[in-house]
Design a protein around this ligand. Sequence first.
Ligand SMILES: [Zn+2]
Length: 353
Amino acid sequence: MHSRDHVSPDRATENPLASVAPADQPNTVHEMAERLLPAYTVEGGTVHLAGCLLEERLFLRAASRDANQSVEFYLDSQGREVNPATVAALGMDHTVELERPPEHAEKAIRRLSSLARQMLAQRFAKRDMSRPVELTAVWCKFAEGKLRFLIGENTADLPFADWARTLRPPPFVCPYSHQTTYRVTATDDGRIVAAEQVATCDASSRRVLSGDLVTCAVTGQRVLPEFVEMCPVTGETVLRTEMVPCGMCRQKVAPTSLRQTRCEACNRLEPVSKADPRLARLLDEHPLLDRWRRWCLSESATAYHLTARGWFRELLLVVDKDSLNLKLLATSHRFRSGWDVVEPSHYDFVLRG
Ligand SMILES: [Zn+2]
């Protein structure tokens, strides 16, 4: 398979070395494609090679023997000895002769040959000019390029770089969920993703990433955030269509937070003095409230619910906990049941009592 080199070290450089390559490495881009592409399932699209370079990289095989021992080793292009596992992985121990070796490598081959001869000389104790030395240039292909997934008008690239013989199809890494996969698909908004991460929004039937969905606390449905609201009383995420108004404060709440017709916050109202820091802060913000008395208060996740009494009327307030803005003001006649919601433009007039 490769030529023998019986010449002495100082004459070795005059003889061109045999050039060989691993017998079973892929030799063409077409072979690379056949090796890579079948690994992927692309739902509604395709995958192809968008660029693949096969670069020849030089190794040197050095072998020699005398009556007592035989020695063989491989050097990489940097002159480092290659470990046996790599030699086997690259197929360098089973080679075929190259008819047309890569050009412009004479200098590198000379340098490696000289190094190999020095290394051999160190390993054989007896200096013997007739000891046969066998040097062979071994050319292994290194593959570098990228796979391109095409679904509709959208693409995603997956780079690869490895020895042609050992290259395995790299898994696609979903840029959104970071899941590694060989099953690739697209969401309805055109993102190319891991198929395992795709889910259907129960409210819209849109195909999205499961990480985009939230769970309705009432129905258990998985839906996009645009279909839910936060229950102001419990703080739960609930489908907007499932929310029901509290019979007292009119806030739309999760049905689970209603006791009969009232939300939990309206049911928990308890007497509170004006010294209570929450009420004190509110009276400071809305001085007109100071004339009202017999305050009751409760808290929901987002609001204070309050009632107070004047001479003839009762007051019901829902106040945002952070901003202290009035979310609702309603009044009730002391001798009549039911609450009348007050228009924001009439707040001052009503609060003056
Ligand atoms: Zn309520």
